[in-house]
Design a protein around this ligand. Structure first.
Ligand code: PLV
Length: 322
């Protein structure tokens, strides 16, 4: 992918998290991407493929896909409109505007904003940029696993990859990346919060499930229905995808512990993945023999996110009584 917008991010060993997990924990620092999250990999790639001649792009987003679309569009000299739901914090709206995007606030959750983005694309002839459901996004996200393989070095294979699931685009990209490097047998721990758990609901039901509402504070995990491809991956017998949930309190605790341990502030959507280590979930999965007792290095996708600052963190602590 020549001339792409994303960076090759560091893979950092965390001594604090390694101690907790009882095996090496390696952090793929996607929080340090331009636009603040891994989303620039896929969205940058999609925009370069589909929007170079465009009169404008329109993206529906909880925030971070929009940040990536606004960044890519600005670099390409194309106007960007980002449609976010009212649940996205004001600080995200401000950051999107600072990236030069026009922001529309429509509906309560991402699904409502998406309906409006599709309408705008049709009515105004704009290029629609989906936040998680497109093969070009997965192709772009997949690049992170080739980087992980290069950073770990030859002969070192992860014991598991830990990531968050919103609409499932990151999951689809990581599956593709694992295929690219010949690691399909590496288990994926797919984390969501209670109340933003459309993937877990689909895995349990054996079919796609549309949630009634998003009740978690991890709004960037808040798609009501996971994408079809992510669900299909969950049914594959050659993959091992373990779908697990944490509470908002556990995700928030993980954010705070991570800030203390690594001096890095990430949003709730990312806290869900970090909580797999901080809540002791890895040990429980080993006790239940769902992960081997002797586990290779854990790779945590630190997906990042712009929906957080010290004030937002303080607000969450009050709201979640922690
Ligand atoms: N957020 C999407 C979808 O929101 C968005 O519009 O930004 N970590 C972070 C920081 C994210 O922002 C997201 C997705 C995810 C993880 C999950 O990625 P996905 O949607 O590809 O599973 C509704």
């Amino acid at each position: 992918m020549a001339g792409h917008f994303h960076l090759n991010t560091p893979l950092l060993e965390s001594s604090a998290m390694s101690k907790l997990a009882g095996t090496g924990v390696y952090l793929k620092m996607e929080n340090s991407q331009p636009s603040g999250s891994f989303k620039i990999r896929g969205i940058g790639h999609l925009c370069q493929q589909l929007a170079s001649q465009s009169k404008g792009v329109v993206c529906s987003s909880g925030g971070n896909a929009g940040m990536a679309a606004a960044f890519a569009a600005r670099r390409m000299g194309v106007p960007a409109t980002i449609v976010v739901p009212s649940s996205s914090p004001q600080l995200v709206v401000q950051r999107l505007q600072d990236q030069g995007a026009a922001v529309k606030i429509v509906g309560k959750v991402w699904d409502d904003a998406n309906t409006e983005a599709l309408r705008l694309a049709e009515a105004e002839g704009l290029t629609y940029v989906p936040p998680f459901d497109h093969p070009l996004l997965w192709r772009g996200h997949a690049t992170m696993m080739a980087e992980v393989a290069a950073s770990l070095g030859p002969g070192v294979k992860p014991g598991a990859v830990l990531l968050s699931v919103g609409g499932g685009g990151l999951l689809c990209g990581v599956v593709q990346g694992l295929e690219d490097v010949g690691w399909v047998d590496v288990p994926i721990i797919a984390m969501e919060t209670v109340g933003a758990d459309c993937f877990n609901a689909a895995v349990k039901a054996g079919r796609l499930v549309t949630l009634d509402d998003i009740t978690s504070e991890a709004k960037c995990l808040g798609a009501k229905t996971v994408c079809q491809k992510a669900f299909e991956h969950s049914r594959r017998s050659d993959l091992s995808i373990i779908s697990e949930l944490v509470t908002d309190q556990q995700a928030l605790h993980a954010i705070q512990a991570f800030l203390d341990d690594e001096r890095v502030l990430v949003e709730m959507a990312c806290g869900a993945a970090l909580a797999a280590v901080y809540s002791g979930l890895i040990g429980r999965l080993q006790d239940e023999a769902r992960l081997p007792a002797r586990l290779g290095p854990l790779v945590v996708i630190v997906c990042g996110g712009s929906s957080v600052d010290m004030q937002q963190l303080a607000n969450l602590k009050v709201k979640l009584h922690t």
